[in-house]
Design a protein around this ligand. Structure first.
Ligand code: CMP
Length: 136
């Protein structure tokens, strides 16, 4: 990822507090992705190969037995299969043209271990999603 992309990474809350050095570590392992509306980005029950961070557009998350959830710019998905070492817990598909970055499983695990601000921001967001599930 080119260094002029760092400004896009800085707008993502889980990366916002990183210094230039740490941000360059993220950029080094990030792959840009683009998907048209309707494309499935994560399939329920499939192995989780990594985490996605949305920069533009929206996705629809369909956890079985729960209301669908819409995620947009600055938000991430795909962390549960990585962190809980489980298959994908929901189907996630683009609900508009969407673009962002993908980070492979081994790389996001390493970033989480090295960068406490990434780990803390992800933990806060996952906790918030649990609260939203319980209290709508
Ligand atoms: P993962 O299980 O790897 O793949 C599907 C993703 O959908 C999951 O990680 C989360 O990122 C996301 N997800 C699953 N359930 C919810 C939910 N209730 N609210 C928001 N996001 C969810």
């Amino acid at each position: 990822m080119a260094s002029n992309e760092y400004s896009a990474l800085r707008r993502v809350p889980i990366f916002a507090c990183l210094d230039d050095d740490s941000l360059s570590q993220v950029a080094a392992v990030a792959t840009e992705f683009e998907a048209p509306a309707g494309q499935v980005l994560a399939e329920l029950g499939h192995p989780g190969l990594g985490v996605f961070v949305i920069e533009e557009g929206t996705v629809r998350v369909e956890p079985p037995g729960e209301e669908p959830v819409e995620l947009g710019p600055g938000e991430f998905f795909g962390e549960l299969a990585v962190l809980a070492e489980t298959p994908r817990t929901a189907r996630v598909s683009a609900s508009s043209p969407v673009s962002g970055i993908a980070i492979r499983r081994a790389d996001i695990e390493q970033l989480i271990n090295r960068e406490v601000t990434i780990a803390a921001a992800m933990l806060r967001e996952v906790a918030q999603r649990l609260v939203d599930l319980r209290h709508g």
